[in-house]
Design a protein around this ligand. Structure first.
Ligand code: TYM
Length: 334
């Protein structure tokens, strides 16, 4: 609790271009939850170096991501929006938690297996212990709630297990966090292969809608989306392509999938696809305009980055000192 409010933590990586999946599965919910909670939204740049990055390109992407958080509607005066690498407590707590996490647990992480297969020439130790750093991110702020897409659930379960294990040994040190999964949009699938999630790193550019795509590109990608030959706009697992388009439309318009199905009753895919395109365009346009405006305001962004890193650092240090005492590190002499 901070000032009587429950705490929320979430983060995103600045690798690749953000997709509609990132927006509908995470960022959109962050905005809707931001009044209710004391929020920490991090650009998790330390996670990103588990995969090789070009330094200047990486720095640019991280800045863009932070700008995008604000452009999406997160007020940086109320929400703590900061770079993970600006708060050393993340790395310090991650080391301690490494000593409370088992190899067997990390071996079971599907994201590690996927990424290791994709980057077989660089299976570094950081990639393996990535979920421990993620646990440190969350536990450092004593977060009650963590809004994420479905793909992060396994990491969140691990975080809960680490917190409970630590608490069982040392008493109630960490708040055990709950995941917040949105009702629609928690797993947006690829437009070209609806059995796979929409991903920043997909090699097929038609598979993902990127947040900075222009209207024509968005429309073209929606019209080319892979569907089926059933000819029925039904919300069911047997029609994953159509189900995904219904999810996207519903998440963008605030309707339930059932309402969307009703709206398109008796209509064909040729009507659904452009309607999805329009819905996505109207959600992304204001975001893109605000992003363009904010990006020019260097002084404002810099002052927010500085102030919020200090704020995050303050709360991080509080937890870290407590944990260090619990495990028996010597007191500092002041
Ligand atoms: P990342 O950067 O891959 O994704 C950021 C957020 O977007 C969600 N997401 C999706 N949601 C719906 N459909 C999709 N196709 C889709 N693709 C991505 C993700 O679930 C996530 O919520 N490990 C994390 C970053 C992280 C983090 C944290 C998150 C580091 N520390 C602490 C929460 C709390 C990651 O790589 O997310």
């Amino acid at each position: 609790m901070i000032d009587g409010k429950k705490v929320l933590f979430s983060g995103m990586q600045a690798t690749g271009n953000l997709t509609l999946g990132n927006y509908l599965g995470a960022l959109k919910n962050w905005v809707s939850l931001s009044d209710e909670y004391e929020c920490f939204y991090s650009v998790v740049d330390m996670h990103s170096i588990t995969i090789r990055q070009d330094p200047s390109e990486f720095r640019r992407r991280a800045r863009n991501l932070l700008t995008l958080y604000i452009a999406a509607g997160l007020d940086p005066e109320k929400n703590c929006i900061y770079y993970q690498s600006h708060v050393s407590g993340h790395a310090e707590l991650a080391w301690i938690l490494n000593c409370f996490t088992y190899m067997g647990e990390l071996n079971r992480m599907t994201q590690f297996k996927d990424k290791a297969a994709k980057h077989a020439d660089n299976i570094n130790a950081g990639l393996f212990t990535y979920p421990v750093l993620m646990a440190a991110d969350i536990l450092l702020y004593q977060a009650d709630v963590v809004p994420v897409g479905v793909d992060q659930m396994q990491h969140l379960e691990l975080t809960r297990n680490i917190a409970e294990r630590f608490n069982n040994i040392y008493g109630e040190v960490f708040t055990v966090p709950e995941a917040y999964i949105g009702k629609v949009g928690a797993k947006i699938m690829s437009l070209q292969d609806p059995s796979k999630k929409m991903s920043k790193s997909d090699e097929n550019p038609n598979a993902s809608i990127y947040l900075m795509d222009d209207p024509d590109t968005i429309m073209r990608k929606c019209k080319r989306a892979v569907t089926d030959s059933e000819g029925c706009i039904c919300y069911r697992d047997e029609q994953p392509g159509i189900k995904n388009l219904i999810d996207i439309y519903s998440a963008c318009t605030g309707k339930t999938p059932q309402e969307t199905v009703k709206e398109f009753e008796g209509k064909g895919y040729g009507e659904l696809k452009p309607a999805v395109g329009e819905a996505v365009i109207s959600v992304l346009r204001p975001l893109q305009e605000e992003f363009a405006r904010l990006s020019k305001d260097k002084a404002y962004l810099d002052s927010m980055i500085k102030a919020n890193a200090e704020k995050a650092g303050y709360y991080a240090a509080k937890t870290l000192r407590k944990v260090q005492r619990k495990v028996g590190f010597p007191d500092r002499i002041r």
